[in-house]
Design a protein around this ligand. Structure first.
Ligand code: SF4
Length: 106
């Protein structure tokens, strides 16, 4: 008797830890977050991810983290001729006030 379509996936999902389980395990382990990784470092975990690649490219384009608030600078990128402009990350930052570290108090 063969497995029903999707049965294997259902079993796999039932065995996967839920976000609550992962949070509980994280807290039991001391709740200490690991070092923050930049988008280029994260891309190495999943080099075929288009989203990770675009984010890494934009991060690099704005000078990585040489200046603060790279997310705001990418989100407010005005280079509309860039092929990645429409899919750049952090577009939720458009129209928001620049962080004080970007405006330098001006
Ligand atoms: S969308 Fe803007 S930040 Fe991203 S690669 Fe293009 S020019 Fe750079």
């Amino acid at each position: 008797m063969g497995a029903e379509c999707g049965e294997d996936l259902a079993i796999e999902n039932a065995m996967s830890p839920t976000p609550v389980d992962r949070l509980r395990a994280w807290r039991e382990a001391g709740g200490v977050a690991g070092p923050r990784r930049n988008p280029i470092e994260k891309l190495s975990d999943n080099p075929t991810s288009l989203r990770a690649a675009v984010t890494a490219m934009c991060f690099d384009c704005v000078g990585q983290d040489a200046d603060p608030a790279w997310q705001w600078r990418v989100g407010n990128c005005e280079c509309s001729t860039c092929p990645l402009h429409a899919v750049r990350p952090h577009q939720n930052q458009v129209g928001r006030r620049a962080p004080a570290v970007v405006t330098d108090g001006e």
